[in-house]
Design a binder for this molecule. Structure first.
Ligand code: ADP
Ligand code: MG
Length: 266
């Protein structure tokens, strides 16, 4: 059995090596090892596993923050019974992240409040848990960023930032018409990531409306061509989850009229 002075010294050594989790768990694991008569290898393996798990947790916390999700919702929190047009099996297949390794895309289409952003974030969280870099940006936000970057000559830097992550989530395509600089930027981004980096995109507009959205049919067609070539399209036709409780409480008499605002983002 390890004596007290030995464990004290060992703890200090672990701390100076910045193996804090191992240091914290040392006493408990020494006791457990003695009681259960572990081999040296089992003991060391257990101690290292604790450190590794703690590091993974820290890494996940950092990468999740860097992904800039607007809220934190998991696939497990998604109520498939409420939204029957979303097949659980298809989402589970996407959660296997095969689409990321093959550089294909996922498109969530549907009216506001049906869970497009929730599902995109849920998949993003799965990707992060698997150690795949992920970044979230909404198209209206990107429009502002691109406007500023263009003035400062920093568009190449922005392109590089959005090219790098294994998974890029482009949310809310379609709420605002796209002016020329953002339309061109989006085309270049999709072209650059084509077959290399996965895009998860959400939109309230059907593809036939994208020409109008881009105010350029040729550009929209060229972008859609690349975006859709390797893609999974999830068409969500259903009611807004946001209005569910209010509707149940009888607050809205005509919820349909409130579900499809022409300009306000979801
Ligand atoms: P959209 O992006 O389609 O406008 P969101 O994903 O933002 O909708 O969903 C609106 C809110 O409702 C979010 O808080 C989301 O977590 C929740 N929500 C939507 N659909 C579901 C669902 N089927 N189960 C659980 N929560 C849902
Ligand atoms: Mg949304």
């Amino acid at each position: 059995m390890v004596t007290q002075p030995h464990t004290d010294q060992l703890r200090e050594t672990l701390q100076s090596l910045k193996l804090d989790c191992m240091a914290d768990n040392l006493d408990a694991l020494c006791d457990q090892a003695a009681q259960e008569e572990w081999t040296y290898a089992t003991f060391l393996g257990q101690l290292l596993e604790e450190e590794l798990a703690a590091r993974d947790q820290r890494r996940l916390a950092v990468t999740t923050k860097m992904a800039r999700f607007p809220f934190h919702k998991t696939l497990e929190q998604f109520d498939f019974a409420f939204q029957p047009s979303v097949e659980k099996r298809r989402i589970q297949e996407l959660a296997s992240l095969r689409f990321v390794s093959s550089g294909s895309n996922v498109l969530f289409l549907g009216p506001p409040g049906v869970g497009k952003t929730h599902l995109a974030i849920g998949l993003g969280l799965k990707a992060l848990q698997a150690g795949l870099s992920t970044y979230f940006v909404s198209v209206p936000e990107l429009m502002d960023l691109v406007g500023h970057d263009a003035q400062r000559g920093q568009l190449p830097k922005r392109m590089q930032q959005l090219y790098k992550p294994k998974v890029l989530i482009l949310d809310e395509m379609g709420y605002l018409p796209l002016e020329r600089p953002i339309a061109t930027f989006l085309f270049q981004l999709v072209a650059k990531r084509y077959e290399k980096g996965a895009i998860i995109l959400s939109s309230n507009k059907s593809f036939s409306e994208w020409g109008e959205l881009f105010t350029d049919q040729v550009l929209a067609t060229a972008l859609l061509d690349r975006l859709l070539h390797h893609s999974t399209i999830i068409n969500i036709r259903g009611q807004s989850y946001r209005l569910k409780e209010k509707r149940q409480a009888g607050v809205f008499q005509r919820p349909e009229a409130l579900e499809a605002p022409s300009s306000a983002p979801a």
